[in-house]
Design a protein around this ligand. Structure first.
Ligand code: PHE
Length: 341
């Protein structure tokens, strides 16, 4: 064989020893077999410098070298690919006997938990959910609830006014009016939602959550109210819990009551939670004032109603033994993780 061809063959053999990947094989192959520019391609261009009688043998030699190189480097390429595949399998190996990684699960916020529990309890007694709006007019939040402009009871709730007419509702009671204006008795609704008051200390926040209950039908009395609230406290605070009603005042109920439940911490003996009284105040309620029924076009001679307003944060604070309402709004996971039952 022509010495030049032999030299190239050797070059391929020794050069290939240092190749480490199929990509390197590809690049190496290109330097010899890239059309007319690779080293073997260039050999063909030499033809004109070869003596005519040697040309046939030379051409044959070049072709043989080309075929040999193709096969040699082709095999090397296959070998490399096989090794690379092996290495990939090794690297991507999955040990299915390893224990699974722990997935952190989230919890519902305590306010959502209590809200859902209350909805469950009252839905079980046939209440339907009505969600009012957070922006209300002065009429729905106060006037229609028997609290006209100059009424002293307006001072009970420090109001965020948006304009002389519009305000952020201070109580979910505003929803009572919408419901009574738009539906005929029998009415049995539960209205959860955010309310707003300019009030801020350990037990008050400018934004908090209430759950309003309203029942209007023939012959509704305080006994119906107490019966429903008994079911509620037993479900939320435990079977042995009882209720008691104390006289109170709200412009939109007459009579109005403050509802206490027997202390679920000490069972009524007196402890720190109930400040030694055996009772804990849980909500405001009453019989819907005749004037409110009239404002909504309901005849008080035919129908009567009961209403109650539960503070959800207060319920959560009592249930979980939290003494600062801010803990419920700060989203501190160390706190929230403890309040998820
Ligand atoms: N709306 C009253 C409050 O926010 C609570 C209440 C609701 C009282 C329904 C009586 C009847 O203080």
């Amino acid at each position: 064989m022509n010495a030049n061809l032999e030299q190239i063959k050797q070059e391929i053999i020794t050069g290939s020893e240092g190749l480490k990947s199929s990509k390197e094989v590809y690049e190496f192959k290109k330097t010899f077999l890239d059309g007319k520019t690779g080293k073997i391609g260039l050999l063909m261009k030499e033809m004109k410098n070869i003596a005519p009688e040697e040309r046939a043998a030379y051409g044959k030699g070049v072709n043989e070298l080309k075929e040999w190189a193709l096969e040699f480097l082709g095999e090397l390429d296959l070998e490399m690919r096989a090794k690379e595949l092996e290495a990939r399998y090794e690297a991507e190996k999955l040990d299915i006997t390893l224990p699974a990684e722990k997935v952190e699960e989230g919890n519902l916020h305590p306010i959502t938990l209590i809200r859902n529990q209350l909805i469950d309890v009252f839905a079980g007694m046939g209440f339907q959910i009505y969600e009012g709006t957070e922006i209300e007019t002065d009429y729905y939040n106060f006037t229609a609830l028997n609290t006209p402009q100059d009424h002293p009871a307006r001072d009970m709730q420090d109001t965020f006014y948006l304009s002389p007419e519009f305000l952020l509702r201070t109580q979910t009671s505003a929803g009572q009016i919408h419901v009574m204006e738009n539906s005929k008795p029998p009415i049995k609704i539960l209205s959860p939602g955010k309310v707003f008051r300019s009030d801020d200390d350990a037990t008050h926040s400018p934004m908090f959550t209430q759950m309003e209950g309203l029942v209007v039908d023939k012959g509704i009395t305080l006994c119906d109210l107490q019966g429903m609230l008994d079911v509620f406290v037993k479900k939320i605070y435990g079977e042995g819990t009882r209720t008691r009603l104390r006289p109170s005042y709200f412009p939109f109920t007459e009579p109005s009551v403050e509802v206490d439940c027997s202390c679920f911490e000490c069972g009524g003996k007196g402890c720190k939670l109930c400040k030694g009284t055996g009772w804990i105040e849980i909500l405001g309620a009453g019989i819907v004032n005749n004037k409110v029924l009239e404002n909504c076009g309901i005849d008080p001679n035919e129908y009567s109603g009961l209403a109650f307003g539960i503070g959800i944060e207060r319920t959560a604070m009592l249930k979980y033994g939290i003494n600062n309402i801010k803990l419920l709004f700060e989203s501190d996971l160390r706190v929230l993780k403890q309040l998820n039952d």
